[in-house]
Structure formats: C-alpha cells, structure tokens
Design a protein around this ligand. Sequence first.
Ligand code: KIV
Length: 266
Amino acid sequence: MEKTTILDLQRMKDEGQKITMLTAYDYPTARILDSCGVDILLVGDSVGNVILGEANTLPVSVEAMIHHTKAVVKASESSLVVIDMPFMSYQISIEDAKRNAGRMMKETGVEAVKLEGGAGMEDTIRAITDIDIPVMAHIGLTPQSIHRMGGYRVQGKEDKQREKLLTDALSVERAGAFSVVLEAIPSKLGEEITKRLKIPTIGIGAGVRCDGQVLVINDLLGLSGEFRPKFVKKYVNLEEIISKSVKEYISEVRSEAFPGDEHSFH
Ligand code: KIV
C-alpha cells in the first residue's frame, strides 16, 4: 500500500477532495485507523490529557511523544504520520527547535512534525522546513497557550482577533508549512482562511468549509467520559460497550461460567 505524502494532500485540496485526520497514540488503534483509510494520523500532544491523565498538554515530554509515535508509525502502512512537538521543545530557540524536530523524526520514522503558533513561529517553521522536515502549523485555539488564553475558548470572534488569525495563517504558509490546523474558530473565518491559503487547512471546530477535519480518536469513540466540546461528534459510545463487556466477564468469572469447555485445554 502506498503512503500518503504531503504532495497528495496538496493535490486533494487542489481537486476539492476532503482530507481526513485522526489522532492515534498506540499500535492497535493506529492499525485500525490506517486500515480504514484515514489520510493522516496525528500523534497529538493531547496524549497528555487523553491517555496519560494529565490536566493539559503542558507536561508532555519529547520522550513521551517519541514513545507513543514509534508504535503508531509501526502500524501505519498508508496514513501519513505527524508528531506534535510538545511544549518547550521548539519555543526556546530555533536551534533547539531544529534539533528536537530532527530527533523526533529520526527516532520515530514520522513524515512530518506539527507545532502551535502563527506569525510568532514564522522563522521557526521556516528553519525546520529549510532542513527538509515538513511542518504542519496549528493556529486558533492552541492548547499549549491555555494560560495566556485563560482557558479553552473559541478564538477569532472579534475583528482584531480575526485579523490576527488571518495574519497568522498567511505567515505559516509563507514560512513553508505544508498544512495548518485551525482549532475552535468561527466557521466563517475557517472558510475565509481556507479560501485565502494555497495549503490545506484541517479544521477542528472550524466549520465544514475547511479542506479537511481532525478529531481526537477517544472523543469520536466515546472514550472521553463527560468531556464533550461542541465540535466533538461521538460516533459510538465505546465506554458503555466496554463497561458492559467487563461487567459480564466479572459476573461469569464469579459464577464459573467462564472459562467454559471451549476455552479450556483437555
Ligand atoms: O494534540 C492534538 O490532539 C491536536 C489536535 C486536536 C489537532 O493538536
């Protein structure tokens, strides 16, 4: 099976074909998503809050990202794999950003890295793409800036913020990003940015007019408990299915209905 490339993603935008992206953090999930034909698997730093029980993405280390990404890369035959650069792995200096991006690519086998930030990250994105590491940008609600934003809030509602986001989008494109995630912004702004940019936009809470969509896999599968922002669509309630199965198992072990004859050696 052929691997999706960043050139395929550009062609998809140019031909009006929608791009699908989902997060993945482990081998079995990545294997299923890859076999379903998802275009991009993102090993998000959301691994912190989604998988590791952290309050937010800030504590996630480069080592944790590499650990999870190695498993996802092993499972992906056709999906392009993108690794998130975690908090403080690219903000200190451009040299540091290049070193960490290179290390993350070299040790995992991913095809691209993702980092958060707009105009302020233009030089960093340019420096990483200049050493041939494809960069996906991420603007709008950027979870690593949670304390500056005062929480997970929709961005770009006011004119000034809207203008700033347009500038951010144009900056990351100019810097050489091959794609940009637009998170939690009004749909009209998502559409405007998508029309203004040549590179594909991938939306999460940015409306249907983006070139593609991304969701956190645990949210889509109903494995995120009560957490449900407006932009999440829960396609199945796996938490309910898992609980039912585990309760059945407990009951059968206690009643000696399991293991039955068919699960025993003779
Ligand atoms: O870390 C993540 O999962 C992300 C997506 C929400 C885009 O950045």
